[in-house]
Design a protein around this ligand. Structure first.
Ligand SMILES: Nc1ncnc2c1ncn2[C@@H]1O[C@H](COP(=O)(O)OP(=O)(O)OP(=O)(O)O)[C@@H](O)[C@H]1O
Ligand SMILES: [Mg+2]
Length: 326
């Protein structure tokens, strides 16, 4: 059994202008201890997928069309409210892109950390002493390598730098001792140097705490630095899934190849990165067959008619493309 199993998961958003099938048959497994990256252009459904793991998409307008999500064998989509609460508190920890949104400006870091810890404890029927909460808060802040955690407790979010705020949110995500850490663009809002420090912290935490990581980003460089395996999404579909090294050396899907060609090569500054021609489809009326076919140089008649399944192209390497698989 994998820690996380997503099978043929489909989710739509209903709106005045019609229904958008935003996730169209997602197949994804994450093994305990693995670090997996999810990449893809803006709007391809990465955040909606992350939120689906904890059923955080607003329903309505969101609607599950089918498929299954299992965490440690438990069916997330049919979970009772108490089980879902427990999953949110302890099973899966989430870190999002914009730390400002998730911290309350009128409470100190110490108050907000204490609140999180009390909620976790209440879920297990415990009522910890103030001193125990304080000690645990300091321990968590130390784990995310924040200097002088004792003085940090009394400070308000706006007095912290973006990188520090993101470390606080990582500490909060770790408070429930999750088995899976989901980080959705955790460094996008940060300066480049701070980005690499926070990534190094995440890599260090998962190694030391034996955490499983699902890291969402549109930056292939970030995935290369932290993850062992990468899943490429396009317009609500998984198009390729491979070990990181293999993806960089031998990507099979034309979309992945386009993404890789679009990464600037620092060793060849004169070489202009090529973009992918065309634009992402409207998900209310997506192309039939393979959703990438209108932008694909290798498109064949079958690509316009039938959606290619995700099939094994090599050991541990799966691709959804008629042109890339025998
Ligand atoms: N609450 C919502 N109501 C309606 N549509 C939504 C909602 N949330 C997301 N969507 C739509 O779902 C699609 C996928 O959005 P999502 O935020 O998952 O993209 P993403 O891959 O995370 O992009 P980015 O890289 O910009 O973060 C988009 O078309 C978006 O407009
Ligand atoms: Mg997103």
């Amino acid at each position: 059994m994998s820690l996380l199993e997503i099978e043929a998961y489909r989710l739509a958003f209903d709106g005045f202008e019609g229904t958008a099938t935003v996730l169209d048959g997602i197949d994804l497994r994450v093994e305990e201890g693995e670090s997996v990256g999810i990449v893809g252009e803006t709007g391809c459904g990465k955040s909606v997928l992350a939120r689906s793991l904890l059923r955080l998409n607003p329903m309505p307008p969101a609607r599950v069309l089918g498929g299954a999500i299992r965490f440690a064998g438990d069916d997330v989509l049919t979970m009772t409210p108490p089980a879902l609460d427990a999953l949110r508190r302890g099973g899966i920890g989430m870190v999002f892109q914009d730390p400002v949104t998730y911290l309350n400006p009128v409470f100190t870091i110490g108050q907000q950390m204490a609140e999180v810890l009390r909620a976790h404890a209440a879920g297990t029927g415990r009522r910890p002493e103030k001193a125990a909460i304080r000690a645990r808060t300091v321990e968590l802040l130390r784990q995310v390598q924040l200097p002088e955690p004792e003085t940090l407790l009394a400070r308000y979010p706006h007095t912290l730098s973006g990188g520090m705020r993101q470390r606080v949110l990582i500490a909060m995500a770790l408070a429930g001792e999750p088995r899976l850490l989901v980080a959705d663009e955790p460094t996008t809002a940060l300066d480049v140097t701070v980005q690499s420090q926070v990534l190094a912290l995440i890599a260090d935490l998962i190694a030391r705490m034996h955490l499983t990581l699902l890291l969402i980003t549109h930056d292939l460089g970030v995935v290369g630095a932290v993850c062992r395996r990468v899943v490429v999404m396009y317009a609500g579909c998984v198009v390729e899934d491979a070990p990181v090294d293999r993806l960089f050396d031998a990507a099979r899907h034309p979309y992945t190849q386009g993404l890789l060609a679009a990464v600037p090569d620092l060793e060849r500054p004169d070489h202009r990165p090529a973009g992918i021609a065309g634009s992402i489809p409207n998900l209310r009326s997506p192309p039939a067959g393979c959703r990438f076919h209108p932008r694909c140089a290798l498109a064949m008649p079958v690509c316009r008619e039938r959606r290619p399944a995700l099939v094994e192209a090599a050991p541990d390497h799966r691709v959804a493309c008629y042109a890339a698989t025998p």
